[in-house]
Every structure is written in structure tokens, then in C-alpha cells.
Design a protein around this ligand. Structure first.
Ligand SMILES: Nc1ncnc2c1ncn2[C@@H]1O[C@H](COP(=O)(O)OP(=O)(O)O)[C@@H](O)[C@H]1O
Ligand SMILES: [Mg+2]
Ligand SMILES: [Zn+2]
Length: 390
């Protein structure tokens, strides 16, 4: 026999408004800066994948008529203020601190450690390689949208198109046919599009004339393109790597001081284990893999807009778990992405408010968040220690 219905025990309904108010008063009385700081530091930021405490992100807390908190994150925060303020207010409330929060959110992007035998590139804080196990998976599309998303979020960004076999950044950035100049006769001035500085082998060679590159020529040409371009100060230089995991890619990954790599795959690529080769290559040269981007994972129908995992769901998640790396994003297969990118206005600048652009912005924040938690480059911090004999 079923038990008769009984309303859940409620203390709230039985209280007078006065007693509710008294409760609130006690909470407010307990709101000390230390308690607020502790609560804020326990918040796990989804992009860092760590607590604000672990990231030493809470700089200052003041308690007065409300709460004022200054939080400094190691990744670009443009467009994040409202979202984080709301999440932190809810987090504080759940910890018994319902006071109004005024968030002062800032970003401080540091240079992160590179391969141990290489020196970081002075003015370029972080080189981020975008790689893939094979061609045609959307690596260049991811690279350009990553660069443009970081720029839109407030970072100083460059894009180096290192794909010698099919440089596509001149077209994707709407710079086809343009040539870089050298005002000082020594270094090349990068071209600029949508706020990003760009250099591509495609600016320097005639696209109609197929070039025969031998391996050593390729790596020399690319390291030169990197070092002989006057990039100026950059938070991130995104490198669109040649596809695959052959000698050229390996040599590049050994010679260029890289802070982190992003591996682009498609669901089929995951099944064929090409992406794993990419992971292994960076492992071999001790470049940290920031994570995996699953491109074309959901098909968005251009007639009715319905979305479907035509290649099966969860491949990227499984792969990320298996190799202990993060899944940075799952990007839709959407004809508009190709149209926008081919027209020189990649999605994040063409339709920044669309769901497909949102997927790129999230991917960019995840990648920058993962990098922010990596070890810093300490080469500039520690002076040479001289031991004097007494
Ligand atoms: N998510 C996507 N949806 C639709 N088309 C895409 C998507 N990503 C890439 N493409 C298209 O697929 C083709 C290959 O992409 P590309 O970035 O040039 O690949 P890769 O650099 O890996 O060779 C291009 O025509 C591009 O516009
Ligand atoms: Mg490409
Ligand atoms: Zn449809």
C-alpha cells in the first residue's frame, strides 16, 4: 500500500519574515574578506579546469556595501565579465554569501615554458602550434578562427602559416595576392587582417608555380619566416603546421620553441588513429598538448538547421580521456563555416554572435585556459646565481 502523501518538511514556510531577515543578517555579519576570498578561491573556472585558488587568480577582495573582487586570469577575458560575475555570485550564494558582487576582471597573459633545449622568442610570449595527423581535417580553419577569437577576446595575436604544401591563410584572411614589405630592408613586416598579424609562405611564392621543396629547405624557410618577421610584441603566435607527422613536422616541432600544441581531428580521423600520431609526435619532442579539437563532429543541416552526430558521438571525449588531454571543442560541420572562411571572413569575425562562432570562442578560451595552467617561462625571472668565495 502506498504511503499517504505528506508534504516535505519545510522550515521556511513556518518562519516569520523577521526570522528570515535575522538569518540574512547573521550571514552578512560573517562576510569577512577572508571568508569571501576562500569562497572565491574554491570556484573552479571551467576554462582553467582548476580552482581560482590554484591559479592564484584572486588578487584583491574588499567588503563594504557589497563585495568587490579583483580577479586576474592568465588568458584573454574579453566577453567573459558578465558570465563569470554571474557564476561567482551564484557560487558565493551557495556558500552562504549572498552579498552583491562587483567583479573587476583582468587578464595577464604570461610566457610559458618551451622545450628545455630551446630559448623562447623574446617578444612572442607563446607559440601555439595547430597540427593534425593528416590534411583536410580543417586545421587551417581552426587555426585562423583560434587566432581571430583570441584577438577578439583582447590578446595580441599573430598567425604564421607554415603549411608549405597548401598555404591557405592568405585566402582565409582575405589577403590573397598581397605581398609583405620590408621597411628596414632586414625584416619582413607582417600583413594584417581583422586585427591579427599574419605571415605565410603563400605571400612569398607564386601559387601558380608548384614548388618542389626538399625537407631541409622547408624547415629552413619556415624558421626564417618565423625569425625574420618583425612580429612586435605578441601574446600568442598561432602556427598553422604542415599536416601529418613526418620528418618536416618533427623537425619543426624540435626547432620552434612551442608553448603548446592543439591537435585537430575529425571523428573519422579519431577512428583511424591519425590524431594519435600527432599526439605522439609532440610527446616525443616534449611539447605539451593543450588538447584536441574535434572538427565536423556535428552536422548542421543547411535546410532546417537540425544538428546530428553523423559519424557517431563522443569520439573526441573518449580520445581525450584515453590520452589524458583536454577536449578543447567540438565544432559543427556547417557549410557556412566553409563559405565564410573561403570569403576571407572566418566565422568568428563574419558572424560573431552565431552558435558556430560561439563554438570557436569556447575552444579558444579552453586552449588559452589550458596554457595558462602550464609552467611559466622562468628564464627571465632567475638571474644568474654567482657564489662568492669568502
Ligand atoms: N567545421 C567545418 N564545417 C564546414 N566546412 C569546414 C569546416 N572546417 C573546415 N571546413 C572546410 O573544409 C575544407 C578543409 O579545411 P582546411 O581548414 O583547409 O583543412 P586543413 O588545413 O586541415 O587541410 C575547407 O574547404 C574548409 O572551408
Ligand atoms: Mg590547411
Ligand atoms: Zn534538415
Amino acid at each position: 500500500m502506498a504511503a499517504p502523501y505528506a508534504p516535505p518538511p519545510s522550515t521556511l514556510y513556518n518562519r516569520t519574515p523577521q526570522s528570515l531577515y535575522a538569518d540574512r543578517e547573521t550571514m552578512t555579519a560573517e562576510t569577512t574578506p577572508d571568508a569571501v576570498r576562500e569562497a572565491l578561491e574554491s570556484y573552479v573556472d571551467p576554462y582553467l579546469g582548476e580552482s581560482l585558488g590554484a591559479a592564484s587568480a584572486v588578487e584583491e577582495v574588499r567588503v563594504g556595501a557589497g563585495i568587490e573582487a579583483r580577479i586576474v586570469l592568465g588568458y584573454p577575458v574579453g566577453g567573459y565579465q558578465a558570465q563569470l560575475q554571474q557564476a561567482l555570485s551564484a557560487h558565493l550564494a551557495s556558500r552562504g554569501i549572498p552579498d552583491a558582487l562587483r567583479l573587476d576582471l583582468r587578464s595577464n597573459i604570461k610566457a610559458h615554458a618551451v622545450q628545455r633545449n630551446l630559448k623562447p622568442l623574446g617578444e612572442i610570449a607563446n607559440v601555439v602550434a595547430v597540427a593534425s595527423g593528416k590534411g583536410g581535417v580543417g586545421k587551417s580553419t581552426v587555426a585562423v578562427n583560434l587566432a581571430l577569437a583570441w584577438a577578439a577576446q583582447g590578446a595580441r595575436v599573430g598567425l604564421l602559416d607554415a603549411d608549405i604544401y597548401g598555404p591557405s591563410q592568405p585566402i582565409m584572411l582575405g589577403l590573397a595576392g598581397e605581398r609583405p614589405t620590408s621597411p628596414d630592408g632586414k625584416k619582413l613586416k607582417p600583413l594584417s587582417a581583422h586585427g591579427v598579424s599574419a605571415m605565410s609562405i603563400g605571400f612569398l611564392v607564386d601559387e601558380q608555380q608548384p614548388m618542389v621543396w626538399r625537407g631541409p629547405m622547408v624547415t629552413q624557410a619556415l624558421t626564417q619566416l618565423l625569425s625574420e618577421t618583425n612580429w612586435g610584441p605578441l601574446d600568442y603566435l598561432v602556427v598553422d603546421m604542415p599536416p601529418g607527422t613526418g620528418d618536416i613536422q618533427l623537425t619543426l616541432a624540435q626547432r620552434v620553441p612551442v608553448a603548446g600544441a592543439v591537435i585537430v581531428t575529425t571523428p573519422q580521423d579519431i577512428a583511424l588513429a591519425d590524431a594519435r600520431k600527432g599526439l605522439k609526435m609532440f610527446d616525443k619532442v616534449a611539447v605539451p598538448v593543450l588538447g584536441v579539437v574535434e572538427n565536423m563532429s556535428i552536422h548542421v543541416c543547411s535546410n532546417c538547421g537540425h544538428a546530428e552526430h553523423i559519424f557517431g558521438a563522443g569520439g573526441g571525449t573518449r580520445m581525450a580521456a584515453e590520452y589524458g588531454v583536454r577536449l578543447l571543442g567540438e565544432l559543427p560541420l556547417d557549410a557556412r563555416i566553409r563559405e565564410e572562411t573561403d570569403a576571407g571572413h572566418p566565422t568568428v569575425v563574419a558572424e560573431p554572435d552565431s552558435p558556430r562562432a560561439h563554438a570557436y570562442f569556447e575552444m579558444a578560451r579552453n586552449a588559452a585556459g589550458a596554457l595558462a595552467m602550464r609552467a611559466r617561462d622562468r628564464s627571465a625571472l632567475f638571474p644568474k646565481i654567482v657564489i662568492e668565495e669568502s
